[in-house]
Write a protein that binds this ligand. Sequence first.
Ligand SMILES: *Cc1c(COP(=O)(O)O)cnc(C)c1O
Length: 570
Amino acid sequence: MKGLHELTVEPKIAYFSMEIGFRNDIPTYSGGLGVLAGDTIKSAADLKLPMVAVTLIYRKGYFMQEIDSRGRQIEHPVVWNPADHMALLPQRIRVRIEGRDVSVQIWQYDICSQTGGCVPIFFLDTDLPENIQRDRELTDSLYGGDERYRLKQELLLGVGGVRMLKALGFQIKKYHMNEGHASLLTIELLTRYKRDIETVWDERAIWDTEKVKDICVFTTHTPVEAGHDKFSYDLVREVIGEVIPFDVMKELAGPDKLNMTLLAMNLSKYINGVAKKHGEVSKNLFPGYVIHAITNGIHSFTWTCESMARLYDKYLPGWANEPELFVRVGKIPDEEIWNAHMEAKKKLIDYVNEKTGAGMDCDTLTIGFARRATSYKRASLLFRDIDRLLKIGKGKLQLVYAGKAHPKDTDGKKNIEEIFRKSEQLKGAVKIIYLPGYDMGLALKLVSGVDVWLNTPMRPREASGTSGMKAAHNGVINFSVLDGWWIEGHIEGFTGWAIGPAPTESTLTESTDEMDADDLYQKLEKQVIPTYYDQRHTWIRMMQNAIGKNASYFNTHRMMRRYVTEAYIR
Ligand SMILES: *Cc1c(COP(=O)(O)O)cnc(C)c1O
């Protein structure tokens, strides 16, 4: 743990995220957004960037997933103790919620790199005896509760986070909002940098929006209108009160509802989407704003399995802090890449067999699909025509699925049940397993242990997607719909395969299920399966290309360098 004095000397970039996933045994994340935040912080530490991070503690985590024999998801709270992992700081702050002063304590966890860089993460926690029970529970559940609970959490994150950094003595030169959840921090900054009433020409001019804009950076992750957090002004009045006049608030956050994305955009000088395509989609959603694009990455060291890491250490020393070195992957002999992959594959297959008794084997082409179980990810696209799948895949394919559905996402839960039903219909001719408890640990096993990583989202819903980048780091070949990062990473038959057409206006409005499923079967039959079984040399070339052309670029080291030069130091 770094001393605060040592940490507060240099002005910092403050990175705010509703969720941060950085260790498998610290359940403060639900999915891609949180893991991206963790990877961002790890790369910042490796690169010795002056950064601090802010989030909430979530004493009950997201949830632990059990799946019964019919595929129904059962949720359990996660039990963990922050004191086992982090340090409680003596400082406390207060945030006014529903007219009550709520006390907030702070936990510190340092992400320290072998390079000597260190980024502390501060976790806000309201579980204090002086708070009423309802307020004590505000930092229990990630994405739990109702709208009111969510607004209170976002108030804690944004306003509480800014106050906390001040209480700890930090000087902050940029506030980076990772998604709109944190955008109430702009309101706290507006009140902090208020102009003197004596010097302004009219009363509204005391709100120095330009000053706040200068120090704020906003990254949007949501490519559809409905995905952006919005709160009614009645609720805002009850929970937050009139911290700044409502007419000013409405000008900044929307006339009808407080739109968190709009608020962040109106008060950030630099705004970006998380892939090139997502940048364009965001411009269409919010015409008139300058929206840049910085394509996401993943933290190379975190997401490379042991056997591949050993290989990279041998042939590309220094790769973890300089992932550009992956361009020299051609130095690694074919059979060594294959053997390292088979080691990871055996680990996964052993795990699957031990957990489920499925009797999978290491010689069969294995496809992985793991992500949040939610409708737009179309987990069951592969089963659209069961007979065709059977004909193509009988005895040649095995599939491993995983993913949690949000407790309130009924459709997402039905998707899991459907995969169970389909797997019964296939009667083992194509083995399908759904592993419970998708988390960072299981994710690493999967993205390194399968042969092919499948992704079938509805366009343009996958703003970026990151699990495919993890696969590429392990020489696992992507087979995906052209959306998000894959539009930039895909070279047909070279780094992997595309499913369905390139995204165009019509694919944004019409269902493409039929077309996509047809292409999926076609490619599976004519390319993926024959290449795997009959052209091993070509297959290994593709594994190399995944590493050399995708892992070398889709990493958070490259991403952070871009944030620094394009967003932080301007
Ligand atoms: C990487 C990761 C994700 C994000 O994967 P996507 O491809 O963006 O869906 C979600 N959950 C976990 C546990 C992960 O490790």
